[in-house]
Design a protein. Sequence first.
Length: 499
Amino acid sequence: MTAVRKVLITDTTFRDAHQSLLATRLRTEHMLEIAALMDRIGFHSMEVWGGATFDSCMRFLDEDPWERLRALRKAMPNTKLQMLLRGQNLLGYRHYPDDVVEVFVKKAVANGIDIIRIFDALNDVRNMAKALQATREAGAHAQAALAYTLSPVHDNDYFVRLGRELVELGADSLAIKDMAGLLSPYDAYELVTKLKELGVPVQLHCHYTSGMASMTYLKAIEAGVDIVDTACSALALGASQPPTESLVAALAGTQYDTGLSLDLLAEASAYFKEAKKAYDRPPDEALGVDTNVLSYQIPGGMISNLASQLASQNASHLLPQVLAEVPRVRKDLGYPPLVTPTSQIVGSQAVFNVLLGERYKMVSTEVKNYIRGLYGRPPAPVAAELQKKILGDEKPLDVRPADLLEPQMGKIPEEVKNLVESEEDLLSYLMFPQVAVSFFKRRRGLEPPLAAAGAAAAAAGAAKKAPKAEAKAAELSRLGAIDSSLMLEQDEIIVYPVA
């Protein structure tokens, strides 16, 4: 008799699915209306927090991300809640001191998180160690993620070595984080087979961008993967994950049967089909299949961002050139995986190179800091000519970036002393100062609600709009707006010319 090996499902609808298709705009009220049903389905876990949701709550929705977490915890008492953490970057783009990481993780767990998936954009384990340690000390499950990518230095043996290092650091499980849908079915079979030999559960997270994800899941399941990430069909496919219902139906009656109810899943899908009508339709770039991702490797959400930013500059016709430039920039920077924040760093530099008609005529401080080693150790050496052009005789750092940072907890700046109401508020401020201060003021009624503020800003912008300039100087002045939007969570982006 064939042994039964139930495949477990992590649902991403409340986090990655709407981040990928609805620009992270799903409101807490629409989650809470369906939360009780989702709690009954029997998922292994639900990813509900982290990634870009924290920033978006305050920046776009006038919601407190901590309140969202507490509300979901109360509404779903029977389901493990999961979040995505960017290692030493937490939920932002820059590294934070160890004390901030420790307190953030502790507070995330205290407010309802059971599983923390931890990754680093460069797969630099030094940037993951503190978060892994803090998660275990807080009593939560510490899952280490391998940011999957393809390059001359990334193959299955590389990821197995990385997985072994992370298990030795104390990871309770491993996740293959395939953010651009690059993992092919047979490579998945081989990689999962080898990772399972490390003795911890293995989870697979794929985006559907290339069209391979469902096939990849089936081969991974045959190889022994323990858990896969899916989304409710109404918010699946394209830049999101494979649909839950399809996988549950495909495995029903087999040795891998998930045991989940298609009737309950259909009820949830019907709800989200209606709920998503309250939001803007996903851009075409986030829907359907795009096999070009196998070349440029940009996650779907970043593609739509690049497209919208070029459109705002009347430069949509340059998108093919930007997408072609992305792999060249990535090669120059040592083949970083294209995931937050490296996808934004590489993508915005590709925009600069194309708009200016000259490569690296201008670069952002993020590119300079990347080459300096402030994000960690690149997977491969940075192109020598580019490093010399930007750093001169300065040598890149070879220490863990967070070792250079002073502790920050307990130091409440004057500008927020009368606005911060909890340690959670302080953490929000430390990660997103300008966004948090504005949110705190709106919460106190000291600033108008977002809708009113947005209307006023639009009117002011229309009144001040200048005629289109043809001069190159005017073109350069607009680059800051492009980069600032691409690097959404940075409060200020400095662009400077390279001699």
